[in-house]
Design a protein around this ligand. Structure first.
Ligand SMILES: NC(=O)c1ccc[n+]([C@@H]2O[C@H](COP(=O)([O-])OP(=O)(O)OC[C@H]3O[C@@H](n4cnc5c(N)ncnc54)[C@H](O)[C@@H]3O)[C@@H](O)[C@H]2O)c1
Length: 352
């Protein structure tokens, strides 16, 4: 079985390989000698992959408790978080136990935050099952739940003991969700890897190689700035405008699609401002189109800018935009909030 190991930090590895789920028990056992494993999944993933994971953990000698919550972002809240903690407490989960988060970003964030805080922190292993969670949310140690006031407002930094990434699990993903996660792959390529951008010719990519490459990119960026005060903000390419577009659509435009639009708008604006070439902006937009991702929207630039002004990453009157200088080379550019309208106008084809 082919398996690519990416050392995500000195503390843990991300293993990428087809069929690894069947070997998950042995891999978890190698990083923690726990008697009890709590397998946390959402209802959809549990029905598809829960038994395979549980059998593998049992075969490696773990007593397995399964915890299942309703699938969807709506579950990433404090009530579900507390329910999970109560389950841990009622079932004798202790400091020697390990939480195994099998699922997409919602499961990873929710179970990761529960593990980070239960008894002041117990071990967690991530088994991502969406493209987004393979290349992004399972790596880097951020965990969180949403509040009514906004997404990811309560959380903790908590590095997993291991990440087990089995691209075969993506076979059951609805195409729409698969493609949504691909926007993040294109994002990594545009931020810092021109070769990766050139290699992306559509959704039928070499999953192991591409996922491992994205994990390595995220690892490198997170290593330079674990707590998100500097370079880690590069990962927000397309996100300031993307979040604004998601919000304006009342979340009918999905995250990946909104980020795709956000990246396109930024690239067009930067081409208009002479920061990057039109050719490089077109290259990004062409790649997004190859994946069937949208590159524009009908919202007014002023509305997008107003929604972006509420971004939680805003500091005072300044928003840090991620701007492409070239394909595979983005930089951070702190601008006054008012300047966002100019980018949105230019990027949506209007005049400044
Ligand atoms: N912690 C971080 O650094 C970080 C980074 C990016 C995003 N996130 C978070 O990730 C979340 C989004 O993650 P997501 O897009 O993976 O969403 P998700 O976990 O809700 O998964 C999307 C849907 O796909 C289903 N699903 C998952 N795996 C499947 C599979 N293999 N087969 C069939 N269906 C499957 C799920 O049940 C769900 O309905 C957001 O809450 C976001 O805030 C966190």
């Amino acid at each position: 079985m082919k398996c690519i190991t990416v050392s995500a930090s000195s503390a843990y590895d991300v293993l990428v390989g087809r069929g690894l789920l069947r070997d998950a028990g042995r891999i978890v056992r190698a990083v923690i000698n726990a008697p009890l494993a709590v397998l946390v999944s959402d209802s959809t993933v549990d029905a598809l992959w829960g038994n395979t994971a549980a059998e593998s953990l049992e075969a490696a000698g773990f007593r397995v408790l399964r915890y299942v919550f309703p699938a969807g972002e709506a579950s990433k809240n404090t009530a579900e978080y507390v329910k999970m903690l109560e389950f841990f407490a009622e079932n004798g989960v202790d400091r020697s136990s390990v939480v195994v988060a099998l699922g997409g970003g919602v499961t990873g964030d929710l179970a990761g935050f529960a593990a980070a805080t239960y008894l002041r922190g117990i071990a967690v292993v991530q088994i991502p099952t969406t493209v987004l969670s393979c290349v992004d949310s399972s790596v880097g140690g951020k965990t969180a739940v949403d509040l009514s006031a906004g997404k990811n407002l309560v959380g903790a930094f908590c590095q997993p003991r291991a990440v087990i990434c089995d691209p075969d699990l993506l076979d059951t993903l609805p195409e729409e969700i698969f493609i949504d996660g691909c926007a993040e792959i294109i994002k990594y390529a545009m931020i810092c890897d021109r070769e990766l951008l050139d290699a992306l010719s559509g959704p039928d990519f070499d999953r192991e190689e591409i996922i491992a490459r994205c994990v390595a990119i995220k690892r490198d960026i997170v290593c330079r700035d674990e707590f998100d005060n500097g370079d880690r903000q590069l990962l927000n390419f397309g996100h300031t405008l993307g979040h604004a577009i998601e919000k304006l659509s009342d979340y009918k435009i999905s995250h990946g699609r909104a980020v795709a639009i956000g990246m396109s708008v930024m690239a067009r604006a930067c081409a208009g401002l002479g920061i990057c070439s039109i050719r490089d902006a077109d290259l990004l937009i062409g790649k997004l189109e190859t994946f069937g991702l949208p590159t524009g929207c009908d919202y007014a630039p002023e509305d997008i800018a107003a929604a972006a002004a509420g971004d939680k990453k805003r500091r005072g009157n300044t928003v840090t935009l991620v701007v492409p200088k070239a394909a595979g080379n983005c930089i951070l550019n702190p601008v006054p909030v008012e300047k966002v309208t100019e980018y949105a106008r230019l990027g949506l084809g209007g005049r400044v």
